[in-house]
Ligand binder design. Structure first.
Ligand code: PEP
Length: 247
């Protein structure tokens, strides 16, 4: 099995309006040759327009979340099928802002992953420890526990990635040291191999948390880092391109 390309995905979170489509177009126009797969995950309401604006180009469009059911009486929610129908090919699931702010458990995340697969979306499943958990020496146990709990067996043979996002590094400007990132990524790799055998050796493990053009090269070239999930720095085309070019 050939190794998948590194994935660099931008998570716009609850940022972006129609005018932001120009920023995504600027990423596509400026990308040039890259060894990466590049994706932008805008708010759900922009997916359709972004997908149309980027159609036929090198930048994929993804969602940031969806419901675990395929349809029904869930006021305000969107389904995986709706995201796919709007033009998304990937989806971020289990982001710490969903786990903390909306009480998403590993079980809920695993249900959402199954729904993503039913809709043909490629999941990016997020895991990561809080600062308290790291200080208590629990980072590896927390993260590998989340990997075990959030990745259903249905993922066997499917394209997906895991994003290690230490909660304390998200949007703070703080990042773990490279050896700290590598330690967690190696533990995730071992868990993936335990769960999925040989295929687990190829699953990209992204790093996320305050990735910027200035620190991207060191992070992206660290052992077992197969790409990045980028929040704040994905909102400006120049910054996002600076990260992609660091590969
Ligand atoms: C994120 O929330 O997925 C993220 C990585 O955010 P930031 O890059 O802004 O830390």
């Amino acid at each position: 099995m050939s190794a998948p390309k590194p994935l660099i995905a931008g998570n716009w979170k609850m940022n972006g309006v129609s005018a932001s489509i120009a920023e995504a177009k600027a990423v596509a126009a400026g990308l040039g040759a890259t060894p990466a797969r590049v994706a932008i995950c805008p708010p759900a309401i922009l997916i359709h327009r972004l997908a149309e604006a980027l159609a036929g180009g090198p930048v994929l469009v993804g969602g940031q979340d969806h419901h675990w059911d395929d349809s029904g009486a869930f006021t305000g929610d969107v389904s995986a099928e709706m995201l796919a129908d709007a033009g998304a090919s990937l989806v971020i699931l289990g982001h710490s802002e969903r786990r903390a702010g909306y009480r998403e458990t590993d079980e809920i995340v695993a249900s959402k992953v199954k729904a993503a697969l039913r809709a043909g979306l490629e999941p990016i499943v997020c895991v990561g420890e809080t600062l308290e958990q790291r200080k208590a020496g629990e980072a590896l146990a927390v993260v590998t526990g989340q990997v075990r709990g959030s990745l259903p067996a249905d993922l066997a043979g499917k394209a997906f990635s895991v994003a290690y996002e230490p909660v304390w590094a998200i949007g703070t400007g703080l990042t773990p040291t490279t050896p700290e990132i590598e330690e967690v990524h190696r533990a995730i790799r071992a868990t993936l191999v335990e769960l999925f055998g040989e295929a687990g050796k190829a699953t990209p493990i992204l790093y996320g948390g305050s990735v910027k053009p200035g620190n991207a090269a060191e992070i992206l070239h660290a052992d077992e880092v197969g790409g990045a999930l980028v929040g704040g720095a994905s909102l400006k085309a120049d910054d996002f391109l600076g990260i992609i070019r660091a590969l």
